[in-house]
Design a protein around this ligand. Structure first.
Ligand code: AHG
Ligand code: MN
Ligand code: MN
Ligand code: MN
Length: 332
């Protein structure tokens, strides 16, 4: 990495993106611009989020999304903000969003990129002032530019991601992303309106002592998950569960730990969505030396068949994920 000397903690996101542009095999500047567009939308959502309690944007929007979830106002606002940012720049041809039933075809056939996005992750935490997030995956379209987008441009496995990231609107706001050459984290400086590199080259601990799972669903777990969580307790690990995937993932990435949203008897595919939740975090996990699996298979290798398909997710420190996986397979 020849740009290694040119950035350090405190480098702005803009400058970092420019310096790292050479990491892309087909560097044309468009992916860089796309990342900047996403960062701008994140700043706007951050602004809305931090004043949510004052500006009457808490609470339900009054509609149900395609998942059957009641949309919160901030779900809708964040979706609009990201849609706008992604459609104005010209780099994107299609968007998949949690809050949109169908693929959004931007009718921009010169756009090289497809984006899958969870505009606002952790909806149930908006009104109670707890960390929420945004998750995004970026793919290069498979069919040539100039032609209409096809299903194969959208239904790509996670291994095909050219970049992925998340924004955490937490005690501070952070943007963490990868372009397949390691993971870097940026902290937002509110008064300057800039993201600064604060967590260069994030490396996940190989092991940890935190487990994160919604234990309210325990009665629905398969034996392997039951046995694994029992073992966590035997070892006196700490239970930590925020209920915002981004925040739970981020904590475990930095501190070491495992997050599980397993298959349940009622929902054999779990709850989380492959295209705009699991894949992005799986790429980041792997790039940081952690792992992500659905219990038997690497998340990134799952071939999607539908837009909003769900997947069980076990993600975090590699030794923990391997152990959980082996208990699942031996008790299956
Ligand atoms: P979203 O708010 O984008 O719909 O995602 C909700 C997800 C995720 O953020 C979280 O980890 C999980 O749902 C929590 O589910 P439970 O309430 O079932 O634990
Ligand atoms: Mn939702
Ligand atoms: Mn989500
Ligand atoms: Mn969401």
């Amino acid at each position: 990495d020849q740009s290694g000397l040119a950035y350090s903690v405190g480098t702005t996101l803009d400058r970092f993106i420019k310096l790292k542009q050479s990491d892309f095999p087909f560097a044309s500047g468009e992916l860089s611009q796309l990342l900047r567009d996403i960062a701008l939308a994140a700043k706007i959502v951050n602004r809305e989020t931090t004043r949510a309690g004052l500006s009457n944007i808490g609470g339900a929007f009054g509609q149900v999304n395609v998942q059957g979830e009641e949309q919160q106002k901030l779900d809708v606002i964040a979706n609009i903000r990201f849609m706008r940012a992604l459609s104005k720049g010209g780099e994107v041809c299609a968007i998949v969003s949690e809050e949109e039933d169908a693929v959004i075809d931007l009718q921009n056939t010169s756009g090289k990129y497809v984006v899958a996005i969870d505009p606002l992750d952790g909806s149930s935490n908006i009104d109670v002032n707890i960390s929420i997030g945004t998750i995004f995956s970026i793919y290069r379209r498979k069919t040539p530019t100039g032609s209409p987008i096809q299903l194969e441009d959208i239904m790509q496995a996670g291994t095909e991601q050219v970049a992925a990231g998340y924004v955490l609107y937490g005690s501070s706001t952070m943007l963490v992303y990868t372009t397949g050459c390691g993971v870097n984290g940026f902290t937002y400086e509110q008064s300057l309106g800039e993201f600064f590199l604060s967590h260069p080259n994030i490396q996940a601990p190989k092991n940890g002592e935190i487990y994160s799972v919604n234990e309210g669903t325990q009665r629905e777990w398969e034996d392997g998950i039951l046995a694994y969580i029992d073992q966590c307790k035997d070892r006196r690990y700490s239970a930590r569960y925020i209920g915002s995937l981004v925040a739970d993932f981020h904590r475990n990435l930095l501190k070491g730990g495992i997050y599980l949203y397993p298959a349940t008897k009622k929902n054999p595919s779990g709850k989380l969505r492959l295209l705009y939740e699991a894949n992005a975090l799986a790429l980041i996990a792997e790039q940081a030396g952690a792992m992500a699996t659905d219990g038997t298979q690497r998340i990134l290798e799952i071939q999607p068949t539908t837009l909003h398909q769900r997947t069980p997710l076990l993600i975090g420190s590699s030794e923990m994920v391997i152990e959980a996986e082996s208990m699942i397979s031996s008790l299956a």
